[in-house]
Write a protein that binds this ligand. Structure first.
Ligand SMILES: Cc1cc2nc3c(=O)[nH]c(=O)nc-3n(C[C@H](O)[C@H](O)[C@H](O)COP(=O)(O)O)c2cc1C
Length: 222
């Protein structure tokens, strides 16, 4: 698989085989991704690799948070209010496509919507959840570095036969993550990536998202 094919064929995997991922393989993926670029080579990424009983416990606690209507309390601003219409249209199209694919009417079928949301906190059944952390007192620019690193992780995983799904949703309750993993207060939680062998036969993994054409986002200045 070359880089071009990896970028174009990767997709968010939302169902995994019940098959553990060897620690060695996770290590190998991170050992590739660490060559990602970062401003001043600061390499601000930190990764908590969560599996087994710790993953199950964390999953349960995050579901409890959601079900007890605990207020979402991100460590950073991922606001979706007051965003320009053309961006909001893409966000709405994404949600609509997922719900259509899953035959869920999010207004009428509250139970199905709830189950859909829970899937995030169950990490889509992945055997591994990676939590992307960062030192609290760093500039916003370091989020660029960590985003680039995350794509490297997902592409390396894909080449090595593993699927992934980035998840900002799980970062809504960072205190729960810090408490469960016994992280110090100076670590912020940015997002997760579910990781595992993809269940390619499952209908949810047949979903492919659209992308705008180059002309929609780029301008040449001669
Ligand atoms: C930073 C980030 C956060 C995301 N958070 C979630 C999430 O919480 N739940 C989810 O199902 N997908 C999440 N996604 C996946 C996006 O919905 C997905 O990348 C997008 O729709 C494009 O589809 P594709 O990844 O299949 O190409 C996230 C993606 C990114 C990059």
């Amino acid at each position: 698989m070359d880089v071009k094919d990896a970028i174009k064929s990767r997709f968010s995997v939302r169902k995994y085989l019940n098959k553990p991922v060897e620690k060695k393989l996770i290590y190998k993926i991170l050992d590739i991704a660490r060559f990602s670029p970062s401003g001043h080579n600061m390499q601000p990424w930190e990764v908590a690799i969560v599996t087994g009983k710790t993953k199950d416990e964390l999953s349960k606690r995050l579901m409890d948070d959601f079900n007890s209507r605990k207020a979402r309390n991100y460590d950073y601003n991922y606001a979706i209010r007051n965003i320009p219409a053309f961006i909001n249209d893409r966000r709405k199209a994404c949600n609509a496509k997922i719900f259509k694919h899953k035959h869920i009417d999010p207004i009428a079928d509250k139970e199905a919507l709830h189950e859909h949301i829970m899937e995030n906190f169950k990490f889509f059944g992945a055997p591994v959840e990676l939590f992307f952390l960062r030192e609290k007192h760093l500039g916003e620019g370091t989020l660029i570095d960590i985003g680039i690193f995350a794509q490297s992780v997902m592409l390396a995983a894909w080449e090595l036969g593993l699927g992934s799904c980035p998840q900002a949703s799980i970062a809504a309750y960072p205190d729960t993550i810090r408490n469960t993993l016994k992280l110090p207060d100076n670590k912020i939680v940015l997002f997760g990536i579910a990781l595992g062998y993809p269940d390619l036969e499952n209908y949810i993994n047949k979903l492919r998202m659209d992308r705008d054409a180059v002309d929609a986002f780029s301008t040449f200045y001669d």
